[in-house]
Design a protein around this ligand. Structure first.
Ligand code: PA5
Length: 436
């Protein structure tokens, strides 16, 4: 069953019917390009079939590796950057207890999970090494190219630490590599040292790779039922493939984004009222930022964590330059069952809310803010996720991946490359190598 729905009533006042019909044609064309696999980046469409074409042998190895990691490690370190960590972190944050890493193993029922190799901070790495020194740990290094500097610096350091702690042979049992199936420094090292290796298919780009071993192994270690996530994504791959745009929420989302962009609204804010979705917003930012931001074009993808950011960004959204639109992630069913208590002296004058669910209060904040933003000139779409289940999260992932591909084709760019990322790397490596 479809578990996510788009409410476009907050966009309608900002668009006109004629433009809508014109944009429908562009979205249909983008759909045809994806179906016929004849658009830009046509060799990188493997993500579309990941949920249906599962590699059962690898899935079995992922489950076995996760069990082994659960036995051998108190701490599981996921080393990767960009598409090689954001999706896994997003999903683990959604399903884990908010304070999972502070809980005992008995409560958490899986190793502590730490994400590293996503920066070049000396403080971060020093603190990580000191933290790991007296812990039983295992490492999953994830890099499609196998040579990205940030994870490489961290992996070299942790590999040495593992070897000093356990000896080379036993350390090799604690290193799990997710990389290109055929080549690269990491691939060759894994073959040489007999590390357990998982693949990132050649036709799947980093930011579209969460449903490969890149995301599935960390999810399995966190006891997340990733097969339900794949099932949800598979369902979404059918339901969001409907060429009839009026019956395809994913395509309407892509359509409105582009209509708004053409109306000078070229900043999108993805807003969530649930802190555990903060990294989902980060994942979305990377997906759209790297996919659309090129050739002097693109919508700037940004995010807010509400209601927290109403006290920092709320003023700008309500009242600043009118070049933004908002997409709100609305979680319909909340299972936290926590209510505001009644107190005798009503010291804070909140007894009028006593007995109400905290989620009810959150929802009123959402409704009030949504209307205020629309009134303030911010077109607002609402994407409702009926319930936070693995199946629905799978749908949500595929929804955004497909919307991003369609949106990129409508924009006229290749949504599957990232040539701009090379510029900083070239300068940085130039500086580092000249220093020798
Ligand atoms: O989407 C992408 O391709 C990038 O964001 C990559 O995921 C990121 O640069 C990391 O690359 P790699 O996995 O090769 O280390």
């Amino acid at each position: 069953m479809q578990g996510i729905f788009l409410d476009d009533s907050g966009v309608k006042p900002f668009i006109n019917e004629e433009d809508y019909e014109k944009m429908c044609k562009k979205v249909e064309k983008a759909h045809d390009m994806l179906e016929k696999k004849n658009g830009k980046g046509k060799d990188m469409l493997g993500w579309m079939d990941l949920p249906a074409n599962r590699d059962e042998e690898e899935i079995a190895r992922i489950k076995a590796a996760a069990e082994r990691i659960n036995k051998q490690a108190d701490v599981f370190v996921v080393v990767g950057i960009g598409g090689s960590y954001l999706g896994a972190k997003a999903i683990i944050d959604i399903f884990d207890n908010t304070f999972a890493n502070l809980e005992s193993y008995a409560e958490r029922k899986h190793p502590q999970i730490i994400f590293a190799g996503n920066n070049l901070s000396g403080k971060y790495l020093r603190n990580l090494v000191e933290f790991l020194e007296d812990k039983e740990f295992a490492v999953n290094v994830i890099s499609k190219s196998g040579s990205t500097l940030e994870p490489a610096v961290t992996f070299r350091t942790l590999k040495l630490l593992l070897e000093q702690k356990y000896g080379e042979v036993m350390a090799a049992q604690r290193i799990y590599v997710t990389t290109d199936p055929e080549k690269g420094i990491l691939h060759d090292l894994a073959v040489k040292n007999e590390y357990e290796m998982f693949k990132i298919p050649r036709d799947v780009g980093g930011r579209y790779s969460v449903l490969t071993a890149v995301g599935l192994l960390p999810m399995a270690v966190a006891n997340i039922n990733f097969e339900d996530i794949l099932d949800g994504a598979q369902f979404a791959s059918f339901v969001f493939n409907n060429r009839d745009i009026n019956n395809n929420d994913c395509y309407r989302y892509a359509l409105y984004r582009n209509m708004l962009r053409e109306n000078e609204k070229d900043i999108e804010i993805l807003a969530s009222y649930e802190p555990s979705f903060q990294y989902f917003v980060e994942w979305y930012k990377q997906l759209f930022g790297e996919s659309e931001g090129k050739d002097g074009k693109g919508i700037y993808p940004s995010g807010v964590n509400l209601t927290t950011d109403l006290h920092s960004m709320g003023q700008l959204i309500q009242d600043g330059k009118r070049n933004i639109f908002e997409t709100v992630l609305n979680i319909q069913v909340d299972r936290s069952l926590i209510y505001l208590p009644e107190v005798d002296d009503d010291f804070d004058h909140l007894n009028y809310l006593a007995g109400k669910e905290i989620d009810y209060i959150n929802k009123q904040a959402f409704e009030g803010t949504r209307q205020a933003h629309i009134d303030g000139g911010v077109p607002t779409m609402v994407l409702t996720l009926e319930d936070v289940t693995e199946y629905n999260i799978g749908q949500l992932i595929y929804f955004f991946e497909k919307a991003c591909a369609i949106s990129g084709y409508v924009l006229g760019v290749n949504p599957f490359d990232q040539p701009g990322v090379e510029a900083y790397k070239k300068n940085m490596l130039g500086l580092l190598k000249n220093e020798e």
